[in-house]
Structures are given as C-alpha cells and as structure tokens.
Design a binder for this molecule. Structure first.
Ligand code: NAP
Length: 362
C-alpha cells in the first residue's frame, strides 16, 4: 500500500532538534509498504480522509525513526475485523479516530490502510462527513486528556453536579483558536465551566461561537494583567499553544491561586512558586510505552488509565456529535489527494493555519 514514510536524514533531524526550526526540507516520502497485519483485537481501516497536526511535521522533521508511517488523524471505512472485534465492528462501518503515527513501520494514518485497536476508534454518524470526522483526532483527545483525565473535570456527557456550582468554576484556556483550543473550550463548557481564553482579534467571533465566555488578545503586552484584574482567582488552565510567552502569561493568570497549568509542549519551570505545570502527550492515550529517538531519547510508560479514558471518550463521541454537543473545528480542505498532505504539512510548518484544521481527502 501507499504511505508517507519517514526517511533517514539523521543529520538534518538532529540539526532541527538542536536549532528548534526545520532544517533540510521534508524527511518523508510516499513509499510502497506492506498492508498492516491486524491482531484479533484490531480493525483495518481503509483511509478516506486525514487531518494534519503540528506533531506530524515535528515527527517528520525531528522525531521519527526511519521507516515510520506518518500521520495520526483519520476517517474511513472498516476493511477487516479482528476476531475479537466482531461484536463491535463490521466491514463497511464508517470509523474515525487517531493512531500513534510517526513511530512505527506499520501504524500511521497517512496511508491507504491503517490498523487500530478496535476500542480506540469511534463510529461516525451518517450525517457527519469524512472530513469533519477526521478532525476528532489528536486535538480532540488531547483536550479530553488535559481537562477530564488530568484536571478532573467531568467527562463530556457525564452526569455531574458541577453545573449547579455557583459561581461556576473558571478555567483559563490559552490559545482558544488552536484546533486543540476549540475542543478544550467545548469540553470545558460541557463540564459547566466559565471559559476565559486568548485569541487574535480575527478569531474572537470563532472562539465565542465555540463557547468562550471572555476573549483576550494575546498580542497585548499586558494581557495577563488584564485577565487577572477581571478574573483574579483562576486555579486551572490549559495552554493549547505552549510556546514563547504562553507559559508566563498562563503562570501569571494562575499566580494568585497557585493553580495548575496543563501544557501541550515541554514547559519551562513555573514563573512563580506554587504554580504547577503538567506536560501531557496525546500518545499516552494509546496504552503502550514508547520512546522518541531511540536509544537516547525520552521514554514514556504505558498509562492504562489514559487508554481507558480514550476508549470511554470514543465510545461516547457518536452521541455527543449527533447531539451537536461537540462540534468539529472549521475544516480547511486541501486539494490534491496525497500531495495535499505535503502542502498541508508545509502550511502548518509555516504557521499559516488559523482557527481550524487542514483535512485532505484521499
Ligand atoms: N501534547 C500533545 O499531545 C499535543 C496535542 C495537540 C497539539 N499539541 C501542540 O499544541 C499546539 C497547538 O496545536 P494545534 O494543532 O491545536 O494548533 P493549530 O490549530 O495549528 O494552531 C493555530 C493557531 O495558533 C494560534 N497562535 C499562533 N500564535 C499564537 C500565540 N503566540 N499565542 C496563541 N495562539 C497563537 C493562531 O491563533 P490566531 O489566528 O487567533 O492568532 C492559530 O489559530 C502545537 O504546538 C502542537 O504541537 C500538542
């Protein structure tokens, strides 16, 4: 089958890592690789659409070992069903989700076929097209991991008392117009929170339409002080951008209450004593240990509770989407089929994506 596979340009990857910007162009190529063999607990999916994440180009440029299939987010059709998965899936079912792309020779979304654990994918309702379905991957599950699994907010669709709390808990979401941010806002609103976020002025209407209660412009040098003035006691936050000033702004918002910040990239030390940082990675949701840049890179253990959280989220997602409780971010369709993936990756590398998700139909 055809797949986008990482290539060995080791020197450029090391240089990219050292300098923090992409050196040496794309280190992935379309290649013919074997169709993945499935275990009894897996399904094989014929991929119809993929969504592109910053992590995909970060893997190509720096992290992926040679020969790994790139890509995480997909929507498609069930093509084969493992013997233990036959109670939940049939050939032809519409399916979507996220896989651990970029690290394995037989697992990744930018491919004709992908394999996935049968309980870590969701059934796409008839009125949701493949492009929208493909967006409920890394961004959506990261929002769930941060807000529900780590900050302990009620899961979407869970019955809870938090909505009756007066005043409602306030959460700060830095980077509300990122794809992760648009899901985080929705997940926080479903948990009954008041949501304070940051975005560019051109994204204010967008984040408000996804549920944000107050929006501050992150370009304002005094944005943190302006937020603290109006909301002095915020104790929980998610940094959905996790670069540059985002950490210190979020720390300042949490300073009074010595609160907790979830970050999506490796954070520096907290700016103020008492403020806590926790760096999360969507990949821990897939239930296996892994290592980047083996044998020298960082290792992550399997976190069984994270896997349970993902299975639970994807089991409830069809209803949440049908009930319009969780909406896809705006979809930017990239034309060109397979080559559209490369164009989309370049747009993300260049920071040209605002307020939505690039999706390619295959
Ligand atoms: N740890 C994980 O598992 C995980 C999972 C998902 C994502 N991430 C990381 O989280 C980040 C966001 O990913 P994404 O896919 O959600 O991003 P994205 O949708 O590609 O982000 C684009 C958005 O970034 C916003 N932006 C640009 N500069 C900003 C700044 N200085 N402050 C705040 N917002 C800014 C833009 O907002 P405006 O147009 O409003 O300016 C734009 O809408 C990436 O760094 C990604 O690698 C990590």
């Amino acid at each position: 089958m055809k797949a986008l596979v990482s290539q060995p340009h080791l020197l450029s990857r090391v240089a990219t890592l050292a300098l923090g910007k992409t050196i040496g162009g794309s280190a992935a190529e379309f290649t013919d690789v074997p169709e993945p063999a499935i275990s009894p607990d897996e399904i094989l999916v014929k991929v119809r659409a993929v969504a592109i994440n910053p992590t995909d180009h970060m893997h190509i440029d720096a992290i992926s070992p040679s020969g790994s299939i790139i890509g995480c987010d997909y929507a498609g059709e069930v093509f084969k069903v493992g013997s233990n998965a036959a109670r939940s899936w049939s050939v032809g079912d519409r399916v979507a989700g996220a896989v651990h792309g970029g690290l394995f020779p037989d697992r990744g979304a930018f491919a004709e076929y992908l394999k996935v654990d049968s309980d870590l994918a969701w059934k796409v309702p008839a009125d949701v097209d493949d492009a929208a379905a493909a967006t409920f991957g890394v961004s959506a599950v990261t929002a769930m991991l941060g807000l529900n699994a780590r900050l302990g907010l009620p899961y979407p669709g869970e019955k809870h008392d938090i909505q009756r709390q007066q005043p409602a808990p306030v959460i700060f979401i830095y980077g509300g117009s990122t794809a992760a941010g648009l899901f985080a806002i929705q997940v926080a609103k479903l948990a009954g929170c008041t949501v304070i976020t940051t975005a560019s002025p051109h994204s204010t209407d967008l984040v408000t339409s996804y549920g944000a209660d107050a929006v501050f412009d992150y370009h304002d040098p005094d944005v943190a002080a302006a937020i603290v003035k109006q909301y002095p006691d915020i104790s929980i936050a998610v940094d959905c951008f996790s670069k540059g000033r985002s950490f210190s702004i979020s720390d300042t918002v949490l300073k009074n209450s010595k609160g907790k910040l979830i970050t999506l990239l490796q954070p520096p030390k907290p700016t103020y004593p008492g403020v806590e940082h926790e760096f999360i990675l969507a990949y821990t949701l897939f239930g296996h240990p892994f290592q980047w840049l083996p044998p020298i890179g960082p290792r992550w253990p399997a976190i069984p509770d994270d896997r349970k959280a993902l299975a639970r989220f994807y089991a409830t997602l069809p209803q949440l989407v049908s009930d319009k409780k969780l909406r896809a971010p705006p979809v930017f369709l990239e034309e060109g089929g397979w080559n559209g993936i490369l164009t989309g990756l370049d747009k993300l590398r260049a920071g040209k994506v605002s307020g939505g998700k690039i999706v390619v139909k295959l």
